[in-house]
Write a protein that binds this ligand. Structure first.
Ligand code: AMP
Length: 425
């Protein structure tokens, strides 16, 4: 089925054609006609399924169908959990409106940067506002925007909005929205809070559940390499050369390590950037833009870049430091192998982190064979390290305790600063 069969007109079809989208993805096939009909939508869709276009394309079509003079003060509001996702969605709206017949005002309202330019941008209204919840409410408090004219609201990655603690902000925001609006809710999972939100904000929604298909199921080859902690950077450099990766995303545990490891890579002649939540917003955007544009080959980051961000054609992810939780492991490795491409996710495992990695495997319900790279054989073989099943009878440690201990050991090894990244605001 071509895009033209979904009710989209020439300027929008030209934009998707320019992006080499040959046909709509399953979530797009179902969501686009429903949004064009004006229905509320409740969709289960992962990042990577094409969900942004699933709401952006019909929204752009609807705006195009209403002449500029009839526009509302704020036409469309997209609420997202992180600044990076907001920026990415704004980029997508810009790309998809490339052949639009008239100018569109798209404003990104996110925390971490000065509020004043956003207040100026919002003067006279905007066609589309893409916002994180905290900054959106700040702008409302400053009388820089009113939500009572919004005609379409999108809650994107609704599960993460709750994960990141935005329940209170949502509770304040929703009563400010007009009742006669169209609401679209996208979420990868539906924990009880998301279902409750859906019940309270959606009217007779079209339900869309997309079974993971071959095109969207990531193909990720997971590897675990045993290496002594001090030799990880050399091993990383070796792997980049050996595998010919044109790009690699490297996860470390602390903001200090992002700069430290990137610097060592630069000294070895690689182009490397670093990213963490305490950089200024402009530095974060720059690091991300350079990496996406392939100006930098390696991006060394904390968990900040693990969620929601779409890196196309990223061949490899390396867990230089192991993630603390299985959820984080899944988010990290999910940055590669997107849109049906094959990706490699490598975890470095040392004596200190051996037990922690076993717990990750156990929780993921899979066993990732340990490898040793010639020339980087560990002195202390992790395979003789402590097993997580030990313990004194009656004093057996819980899994949580073991994970905490392993994380504390890993953090202690990497320096004093802890990973206090905020994913948003
Ligand atoms: P998303 O799920 O919105 O994060 O999109 C994931 C990736 O799929 C992005 O890089 C999009 O550019 C790409 N994409 C979206 N729709 C299509 C399509 N119909 N065909 C090919 N690629 C697409």
């Amino acid at each position: 089925m071509p895009f033209s069969a979904l009710g989209l007109s020439a300027p929008i079809i030209s934009a998707v054609t320019a992006q080499n989208y040959l046909a709509p993805t399953p979530v797009q096939r179902e969501a686009i006609p429903a949004v064009l009909r004006g229905a509320d939508v409740w969709a289960q869709a992962q990042t990577g399924s094409g969900k942004t276009a699933a709401f952006a394309l019909p929204i752009l079509q609807t705006l195009m169908d209403s002449p500029p003079h009839s526009r509302r003060e704020i036409g469309v509001l997209v609420v997202v959990p992180t600044r990076e996702l907001a920026t990415q969605i704004a980029e997508s709206f810009n790309i998809y409106s490339e052949f639009y017949p008239y100018g569109l005002k798209i404003v990104t309202a996110i925390g971490g940067v000065s509020i004043n330019p956003q207040m100026m941008d919002l003067r006279g209204g905007a066609d589309i506002v893409i916002a994180t919840p905290g900054r959106l409410l700040d702008l409302v408090d400053h009388n820089a925007l009113r939500l009572n004219t919004v005609s379409v609201v999108v809650f994107d990655e609704a599960d993460k909005l709750f994960d990141l603690g935005f329940a209170e902000e949502l509770g304040r925001m929703i009563p400010l929205l007009p009742k006669d609006r169209q609401t679209l809710l996208f979420s990868a999972t539906f924990p009880p809070e998301v279902s409750a939100l859906a019940e309270s904000v959606l009217r007779d929604p079209v339900r869309i559940e997309i079974a993971a298909s071959a095109a969207t199921t990531p193909i990720i080859i997971e590897r675990a390499i045993e290496v002594d902690t001090p030799r990880r950077t050399q091993l990383l450099i070796h792997l980049i050369a050996e595998n010919g990766w044109d790009q690699v995303l490297v996860f470390v545990a602390t903001k200090y390590s992002t700069g430290h490891v990137a610097e060592k890579l630069r000294r070895a002649g690689l182009t490397a950037g670093s990213l963490h939540g305490e950089l200024s917003q402009s530095a974060r955007v720059q690091a991300m833009t350079d990496f996406k544009a392939k100006t930098t080959q390696v991006l060394v980051t904390t968990d900040l870049a693990a969620r929601g961000i779409d890196f196309t054609q990223l061949p490899a992810v390396v867990n230089y430091d192991l993630p603390r939780s299985v959820v984080s492991y899944t988010h990290r490795i999910g940055r590669t192998g997107r849109a049906g491409e094959t990706g490699t996710a490598i975890s470095f495992v040392s004596l200190d982190t051996f037990a922690h990695f076993q717990l990750i495997e156990k929780r993921c319900e899979r066993v990732i064979p340990r490898e040793v790279v010639p020339g980087f054989e560990p002195n202390a073989l992790p395979s003789i390290g402590p097993k997580p099943t030990g313990g004194i009878k009656g004093k057996r440690k819980s899994k949580k305790d073991k994970l905490r201990e392993a994380a504390a050991r890993a953090a202690g090894r990497s320096g004093a600063d802890t990973n206090t990244d905020q994913l948003s605001q």
